[in-house]
Write a protein that binds this ligand. Structure first.
Ligand code: FHN
Length: 447
């Protein structure tokens, strides 16, 4: 059995029923918006004529930008195009139920009004406003849940936050400038923990999620326990598995892939980018198609997880248009077919059912969209999300329920389709053409 934590977390103390109650809204939600927005939007992937080949928010580490130079970006950060109202409206229109935004990424720059450290958007920029406050208010009005991403174990501009061997340019921990020297414990005590407290108490309502990123070996059980003491004061808070120190948190967080079997018995959320970067990069135009994004959402839901899909606003605070377009298109599909996603549970046919080419292994980062269909489940309904349209009829075996009616969700009259079911083998007659080329949902009702 696991070693007991120095300080028990909420997950160690609550009953299964209390845990289910705390996770209920999150399990219902299925689809959330990740926002990577910070000072790295100013260089937008390029510094002194050099383009980073890595993700945009890592530019400081990737190009070994000295702390003082990086901090200079703040004097040019004036995102007057940012509208919390528009971003929340975009999330809502896309059918997303929650937002998780970077309050402080590895670069150490706080995107909120922090009294702890002046390296923040209110104190260090001409903008002078707190976008997280605006976001908190707009989310509250719109009924969208809000989470704050916080990089607790790595901070490249705070002394001690980027601790590694001096002089080693280490891509994982980042340490290349004497200004980064210092004690990790001091960093935790004087910056990370006070800022986490601020995030939990600055606004009218406490956030619904703290999304930690990402543990290093320095985040020992004893150090993590100091953070847990703070989290324990917020009994409704959901937090992920990236705190460190052996704390498992509430959610598994596969990044940029869909685990082939999901995580039976654990809540989980795949976070993914729309192009190839989290933080804005002016020259990354490798946007995934709406088809891929929507089928990712369906695939994830069919395995019992949530999809946290990222947008990367630019230095003006504007969301790149190709991202906006795709989110609107997803929302259009969800407006018709959302019933088969929100609150839906994993497939009854096994995670690989419907695959032409089953995804391999948990760690496989590549998305293989060669499927015929995916399935999600509710109490009296099985949903078959058809990606490829079968000729004449849909055939499936081992149906574990007695079906009483079959129809297409996108057919507003819910006209009954003819079907036969014998020994669990079901055949449903289909119209000639799919109602939606990306995914047409066949509903199988049972008593
Ligand atoms: O290093 C970060 C990365 O920049 C990004 O924030 C992702 C999002 O999950 N997480 C980290 C790597 O795990």
């Amino acid at each position: 059995s696991a070693t007991p934590h120095p300080v028990p977390a909420i997950q160690d103390k609550e009953t299964p029923a209390q845990h289910d109650a705390r996770m209920a809204w999150w399990r219902e939600a299925r689809f959330g918006m990740f926002i990577h927005w910070g000072l790295y939007a100013v260089p937008a992937g390029e510094w002194h004529g050099q383009r980073t080949t890595h993700i945009g928010e890592w530019i400081m580490n990737d190009l070994s930008i000295p702390v003082a130079d990086y901090k200079q970006f703040a004097t040019n950060f004036n995102p007057t195009g940012f509208s919390a109202h528009d971003i929340v409206a975009l999330a809502k229109d896309a059918g997303m139920k929650y937002i998780v935004i970077t309050s402080k990424h590895h670069d150490g720059f706080a995107m909120f009004d922090s009294k702890t450290d002046p390296f923040n958007i209110v104190a260090a920029t001409p903008f002078k406003k707190d976008p997280l406050r605006e976001l908190a208010e707009e989310c509250h009005k719109a009924g969208i849940r809000l989470g704050f991403y916080y990089s607790q174990a790595q901070d490249w501009t705070a002394p001690g936050g980027a601790a590694a061997v001096r002089g080693t340019h280490n891509k994982e921990t980042g340490h290349w400038d004497p200004a980064q020297d210092g004690s990790f414990d001091d960093y935790l005590k004087t910056k990370a923990i006070p800022q986490i407290k601020e995030l939990l108490s600055n606004y009218k309502t406490a956030p619904d999620i703290i999304w930690f990123d990402t543990p290093t070996s320095r985040m020992t059980p004893e150090r993590a326990a100091e953070v847990v003491k703070v989290l324990n004061q917020y009994p409704k808070l959901i937090w992920n598995n990236r705190l460190g120190g052996g704390y498992k948190g509430d959610t598994e967080t596969p990044e940029q892939y869909i685990p082939a079997q999901g995580y039976p018995g654990r809540d989980w959320e795949s976070c993914m980018t729309i192009n190839d970067t989290w933080g804005y990069k002016s020259f990354d135009t490798n946007f995934k198609s709406t088809e891929t994004l929507l089928r990712n959402l369906i695939d994830i839901t069919s395995k019992g997880g949530n999809y946290l899909l990222n947008i990367g606003p630019d230095a003006q605070g504007k969301v790149p248009e190709p991202e906006v377009e795709r989110l609107h298109a997803m929302g259009k599909w969800l407006a018709v077919n959302g019933e088969a996603v929100y609150g839906a549970k994993a497939t009854l046919f096994g995670a690989e059912a419907g695959s032409f080419a089953p995804a391999e292994g948990n760690a496989k980062p590549k998305f293989v969209p060669a499927w015929e269909w995916r399935s999600t489940t509710k109490a009296n309904r099985i949903y078959i999300h058809l990606f490829a349209w079968p000729k004449g009829s849909f055939h499936v075996e081992k149906v574990p329920r007695t079906i009483t009616k079959a129809y297409l969700l996108a057919d507003s009259s819910h006209k009954a389709l003819k079907f036969t079911q014998r020994d669990g083998v079901l055949d449903v007659s289909l119209p000639e053409k799919a109602l939606d080329p990306i995914a047409t949902v066949l509903v199988l009702e049972s008593k």
